[in-house]
Design a protein around this ligand. Structure first.
Ligand code: NAD
Length: 436
């Protein structure tokens, strides 16, 4: 079975590499020649733990190739995955499906009869049916199957998530599509990963509802944190106790600066927009979107108020990526917070283990540092924004000595009150009492 993977971003590259690891012949296509050149040279274009080893091994063994030639690749493929981006459309928050339709048109022109076309990208309900109709119109009389196979991997643990998912969701309209997916995911199936075979529409809604629910959980605990701050509570104790209730579960109950990333913000906006469009208002998720946007801005306000109170002029920001173990900065809280700090007249020094290359062009005026300790040198305030391992065990006495001021904002609740003993730092965290 030959697989074509259209789009070699975070999802397409990881999926393509993992399907090759399953033993299939995989050709990954991207329209960006710079990405393909680097991949052909054996250079991994995204930071994702474990990906480089699998990529190099499968490329060396000849199961994995990279090209910009979509037409030839698709003409020879049995299963064609679409893993292109579906960003937010400016203004209304709807998902911008232009890359999906463009890829579908190119596929329609080149595919062989009997091909199985799989949308892996996150697309709003009705898109698979639309694409199916569009391809049917472009190639009348040519048989093909349409499959919706949303991806649930998390950046930072994408390879592990792809190889050991909680479940695989497959939306189909015919038996051929379902049979192809059973073959493609057979290695997981053998390990008893549940495969949900359902309709195209259900698969599309499942992906958005899952992300909307997780975003709602994060937003919920962030508001609990606000209440804890006003009342002397401790959100970590509260989250731990409520999370022990199996009906609630302990995951995604970490208070912080608001969710970011390439999925939650855009997917909650698109989900809410779909609700409005279909006259099925998703008011809960509308609120989640609004609360989260306000939250990111309010984090900057906290820091600015403390700076003004203490006469501080500079801030060290530790962590730019939206979460650890990725170089992805899309909609990261740092991108909202840093410009507001700068606008308030604060000089920003920053460090991130992997995201500097992506961040430098979009964060002008920042002084980039090679380590956390270099960043905090001479800073009045330190803000810990991403809980990279490198920031989890900082020598806080050394940090305090290097800083010119003594304010530490730990917006990920990495440290405990005991860690601050003897440092002289004034420690602000999220939903927990002030220390120092
Ligand atoms: P991305 O922006 O990292 O990558 C998309 C790639 O597709 C780009 O390299 C682009 O050049 C390429 N592309 C666009 N049009 C093309 C075409 N016609 N032919 C060939 N290549 C083309 O996107 P991503 O983060 O991998 O996300 C892809 C989809 O998967 C989105 O719908 C996203 O919502 C979904 N998703 C993402 C994640 C994640 O963690 N990133 C997780 C689950 C689902």
């Amino acid at each position: 079975m030959k697989i074509a993977m259209i789009g070699t971003g975070y999802v397409g590259l990881v999926s393509g590499v993992c399907f090759a690891e399953f033993g299939f012949q995989v050709t990954c296509v991207d329209k960006n020649p710079a990405i393909i050149e680097r991949l052909q040279a054996g250079e991994v274009t995204i930071y994702e733990p474990g990906l480089d080893e699998l990529l190099l091994r499968n490329a060396r063994d000849g199961r994995l190739v990279f090209t910009t030639d979509l037409e030839t690749t698709v003409a020879d493929a049995d299963v064609i995955f679409i893993a292109v981006g579906t960003p937010s459309r400016r203004g209304d928050g709807e998902a911008d499906l232009q890359y999906i339709y463009a890829a579908a048109d190119e596929i329609a022109a080149a595919m062989k009869p009997g091909a199985v076309i799989v949308i892996k990208s996150t697309v709003v309900v009705g898109t698979n049916a639309d694409v199916r109709a569009r391809i049917g119109k472009a190639r009348p009389g040519v048989a093909f199957s349409m499959v919706s196979n949303p991806e649930f991997l998390r950046e930072g643990s994408a390879v592990e998530d792809f190889l050991r998912p909680d479940r695989v969701v497959v939306g189909v309209h015919d038996d051929a599509g379902a049979a192809a997916m059973k073959r493609v995911y057979r290695p997981l199936y053998l390990r008893e990963t549940p495969m949900i075979v359902t309709t195209l529409e259900n698969a599309e809604i499942i992906k958005y509802a899952a992300n909307a629910f997780l975003a709602m959980k994060v937003t919920f605990i962030n508001e609990v944190a606000d209440l804890c701050e006003k009342t002397g509570g401790n959100v970590q104790d509260v989250a731990r106790a409520i999370g022990m209730d199996n009906r609630i579960g302990s995951k995604f109950l970490h208070a912080g600066p608001g969710f970011g990333g390439s999925c939650f913000p855009k997917d909650t906006r698109a989900y809410a927009a779909t609700g409005r469009k279909m006259n099925a208002p998703q008011t809960l998720i509308e609120q989640v979107v609004t609360i989260n946007e306000q939250r990111k801005r309010s984090m900057a306000t906290r820091v600015i108020e403390a700076a003004q109170k203490n006469g501080e002029k500079s801030v060290a920001v530790l962590g730019i990526a939206f979460k650890p173990n990725t170089d992805d900065i899309r909609e990261s809280p740092a991108l909202d917070i840093i410009p507001v700090l700068q606008k308030a007249g604060l000089a920003v020094r920053a460090h991130d283990p992997e995201a500097r290359v992506a961040a430098e062009p979009v964060l002008p005026g920042v002084t980039w540092c090679k380590s956390a300790y270099e960043a905090v040198e001479g800073a009045g305030i330190t803000v810990l924004l991403t809980e990279w391992n490198a920031y989890r065990a900082l020598d806080l006495k050394r940090v305090a000595n290097l800083m010119s001021g003594n304010l530490l904002f730990d917006l990920r609740n990495v440290y405990s009150a005991q860690d601050l003993d003897g440092t002289g730092l004034e420690y602000h965290s999220v939903g927990r009492p002030l220390v120092g």
